[in-house]
Ligand binder design. Structure first.
Ligand SMILES: [Fe+2]
Length: 135
């Protein structure tokens, strides 16, 4: 699977959220590289755990901005974050349980998360935050 390279079109217009998205992308790309190299799944589950922890930190910040600025889609957005947390922690458990094989669906899921959540749902707050001076 090909890595995802950061592009200005990925910017959600808020600097610290962009920086966190970049960090998440680095971890996703590390996972993609690992999959190609067929490293052992213990390292992959550690990396997934790292990504899950970092994502929690990121979601907390994103949700806090939404609350602070009264973002109207806060609840539905938060619901997507909760689904992601559940899904990635399930993946961590699965990967640990099946040390010989890493489910390809992890990469498929992360890629679709990037496309559907970050590039679509997160983009929806770009104008909202920018208009209120959060950049
Ligand atoms: Fe989000």
């Amino acid at each position: 699977m090909e890595k995802i390279l950061w592009d200005e079109s990925f910017s959600v217009g808020v600097r610290d959220l962009d920086n966190q998205h970049k960090q998440i992308l680095i971890i996703v790309n590390t996972l993609i590289e690992m999959n190609d190299a067929k490293v052992n799944s213990e390292i992959i589950s550690d990396t997934l755990t790292k990504m899950t922890q970092y994502s929690l930190e990121h979601f907390t910040k994103e949700e806090q901005y939404m609350l602070d600025y009264g973002y109207p889609e806060y609840l539905s957005h938060r619901k997507q974050h909760l689904e992601f947390k559940k899904k990635t922690s399930d993946f961590c458990m699965e990967t640990m349980a099946h040390k010989m094989a890493v489910p390809v669906e992890i990469f498929v899921y992360l890629r679709s998360w990037w496309r559907n959540h970050i590039l679509k749902e997160d983009m929806k707050y770009k104008k909202f935050f920018n208009e209120r001076g959060l950049k």
